[in-house]
Design a binder for this molecule. Structure first.
Ligand code: NAP
Length: 298
């Protein structure tokens, strides 16, 4: 249980409601900042403005998945309050106060560095990324169905990258009856792709492989689907780019060639916000329980 632990949950979307639900179940004391328009109430959680919080009593701060923007603003879907995470706020927290965020940026990294607080980036963790790949795959299938007039079954699907998302995507499309080729650059990834019963190729061969595909799903956050790759693809190819912004596709050139290319960020939050929230909530609560043990509930 998290009895005695005081947590500030700052901003976020529907996914954060699962986090709040879980933390209240575990008996934490919660200050909700940026939730004043939320109809739902949670026992043990109070809605407050950021300047009403005594941060010297806060053991952990939970930010939304994107963290802050480049100026420290935290997105608040359930409020019009302008919420900014500042150096002053973090300096007021006790030294053991830990900050949790999905991802980080240079603003947040710098704040953490100058204040000496600890930041845990939940999406850096393999467990979160692997669980999160499940709703990502479902969202990808949804997008491919929406944007093609043929079945996935029997289509030629190219998956770029065999990371946590690429592996789940490749397996699911194969299970739906597609002919799946997966591109990677490491020999161990090529070996794994073969072991999975899929067709591997080295990324250096991408231009050649691209000649005969219906759907290309990119998971590599690096310019990979370049103009010269696009120039080899059939015009009917659909590209779903899952990699973090700005994606790995030359969208300008794709449009010029009449190839439909879609950057599709944040699919878990779109197709399954409840599950996506539960994934974060489960890992976060485990980490907070460990933090409670370390600090002895101080
Ligand atoms: P990951 O496990 O780190 O996998 C990334 C893959 O990209 C690896 O196969 C990696 O290969 C490859 N790669 C990286 N840089 C490369 C380069 N310069 N050249 C060739 N290959 C390169 O990441 P992930 O968890 O699968 O996530 C993949 C991307 O999807 C990320 O950008 C993530 O933010 C995004 N994502 C999007 C959604 C969505 O809803 N759209 C959901 C979840 C994640 P090596 O091992 O050889 O480096």
């Amino acid at each position: 249980m998290l009895t005695g632990m005081h947590i500030a949950v700052i901003g976020g979307d529907a996914r954060q409601l699962e986090v709040i639900r879980k933390l209240t179940e575990l008996d934490a004391k919660i200050s909700l900042i940026g939730f004043d328009q939320l109809d739902h109430g949670f026992t043990g959680a109070s809605k407050v403005q950021i300047d009403e919080v005594d941060f010297s009593e806060i053991d952990a701060i939970v930010l939304p998945i994107p963290g802050t923007n480049g100026e420290g603003h935290v997105e608040t879907i359930f409020s019009n309050e302008q919420v900014v995470l500042t150096e002053e706020i973090l300096r007021n927290t006790p030294k053991h106060c830990t900050i949790f965020s999905g991802i980080s940026n240079s603003y947040l990294d710098n704040l953490i560095k100058i204040t000496g607080r600890k930041l845990i980036k939940l999406f850096d963790r393999d467990d979160v990324a692997i669980y999160n790949s499940i709703p990502t795959v479902e969202g990808t299938i949804m997008m491919v169905i929406q944007h093609t007039d043929t079945t996935i079954h029997n289509s030629n699907v190219l998956v770029l990258g065999l990371g946590r998302v690429g592996m789940s995507v490749a397996r699911a499309f194969r299970a739906l009856g597609a002919h799946v080729k997966v591109g990677a650059r490491k020999s161990e990834h090529i070996a794994r792709i073969s072991e999975m019963g899929l067709t591997p190729f080295h990324l250096s061969e991408l231009e050649d492989v691209a000649k005969d595909i219906d759907v290309c799903i990119n998971t590599i956050p690096h310019p990979i689907v370049t103009a010269s790759v696009l120039s080899k693809m059939p015009a009917h190819t659909l590209i779903i780019d899952l990699a973090s912004k700005p994606g790995g596709t030359d969208f300008r050139y794709a449009e010029k060639r009449g190839i439909k290319a879609i950057l599709a960020p944040g699919l878990p939050g779109i197709v399954a916000p409840k599950t996506a929230g539960q994934i974060v909530a489960n890992v976060l609560s485990q980490l907070l329980l460990e933090l409670m043990d370390e600090t002895g509930g101080d």
